[in-house]
Design a protein around this ligand. Structure first.
Ligand code: ZN
Ligand code: ZN
Length: 335
């Protein structure tokens, strides 16, 4: 299924740190970018490894795993990609699988204005780890398993194949986790190999910062993945002229219904979060028109079981090809 033309496989298309109910719920957010015989995964939502197998993509085709931000709906199956994934990977590594994502936030977020009492963080000695530390701690937690398979079955270990590193935001961007989480910026490079160049911008998902959107440029096509964000000029800049924009979308009708019913402080704060840090389908369409992208696909749909009409309602406003992919849809990037 992986021709030489670049394509995207929507491994999982639901947002949110929950298992959405329903007969055939969408899997957690994760996207495969396929270029020739190489696969790059963006975000590791719940079910990602299983979806990869369903898509017919092998773990040893994976060259990079990119995390947009540290929310658990984007990272919860990172450990499983390495721990289960290694069971189907050759003992002698043919390449390195780079895990690339945000660094340590560096400072705790300010509490919501709705907080009425002082809050104390968990693990105060290291309350905001980034990608590299998260991966190291996950592998440490599985050391008994990893060492058992190494000593008993001579299996390779995840540390033979996977290498996690933190993205360093350019110093001149003016980024600060609390004071300036989304400065206006130009895309900057975060990864390059023989077949793809990956660049990033900071997106609007405060207080979860740094949060990134990614652009993959390959011979024959380009794709931008917004990450979780409110409407952001940085995303528009990143997406300029792209063949495909995968943009997150939230059903604000659902937000209103759900959080009208629940009147406690946590519900009010969660409603605030959705408005400050996510995008409606209509806003995503407006942004995609401004950026001049050829195809727009909505994903990271929350809730993951809303009816199709919710996402489709404004499709006539988009000047290119519009779609709301199901899990495991294949979207070609080439014209
Ligand atoms: Zn999310
Ligand atoms: Zn998020």
């Amino acid at each position: 299924m992986t021709g030489s033309k670049p394509s995207v496989v929507t491994l999982g298309t639901a947002g949110g740190p929950v298992w959405w109910p329903g007969q055939r719920p969408r899997a957690g957010i994760s996207t495969a970018v396929v270029v020739g015989d190489r696969t790059y995964i963006v975000d590791a939502g719940t079910g990602v490894g299983r979806q990869l197998v369903q898509a017919g993509l092998s773990m040893s085709s994976v060259h990079g795993i990119f995390l947009t931000h540290m929310h658990s709906d984007h990272t919860v199956d990172l450990a499983s990609l390495a721990i289960f994934g290694i069971m189907r990977m050759p003992a002698d590594p043919t390449h390195t699988v780079d895990i690339v994502g945000p660094g340590d936030r560096g400072v705790l977020p300010a509490p919501t204005a709705r907080a009425t009492a002082a809050l104390s963080p968990v693990f105060a000695d290291e309350p905001t780890p980034g990608t590299a530390r998260m991966f190291e701690m996950l592998m440490r937690a599985y050391a008994t398993d990893i060492n058992d398979r190494l000593f008993d079955s001579l299996r390779p270990t995840p540390l033979d194949w996977f290498r996690a590193r933190d993205i360093v935001v350019p110093g001149d961007a003016g980024f600060h986790a609390n004071d300036c989480p989304t400065p206006d910026m130009e895309p900057f490079p975060v990864y390059e190999d023989d077949v793809v160049r990956v660049s990033a911008v900071l997106v609007k998902h405060a207080p979860m910062t740094p949060a990134f959107g990614y652009r993959f440029d390959a011979e024959g096509g380009s794709v931008v993945i917004s990450g979780d964000t409110a409407r952001s000029d940085n995303v528009a800049r990143l997406a300029a002229g792209a063949d495909l924009l995968l943009h997150e979308a939230v059903d604000f009708g659902w937000v209103e219904r759900r959080y009208q019913e629940q009147r406690d402080l946590s519900a009010k704060a969660t409603r605030d979060h959705h408005y400050a840090a996510h995008t409606s389908p209509r806003e995503a369409i407006e942004l995609a028109n401004d950026a001049g992208v050829r195809q727009l696909a909505l994903h990271h749909l929350a809730p993951g079981n809303s009816r199709a009409e919710v996402w489709d309602r404004d499709r006539h406003l988009f000047r290119g090809d519009f779609r709301v992919p199901a899990d495991l849809d294949v979207i070609e990037l080439a014209r």
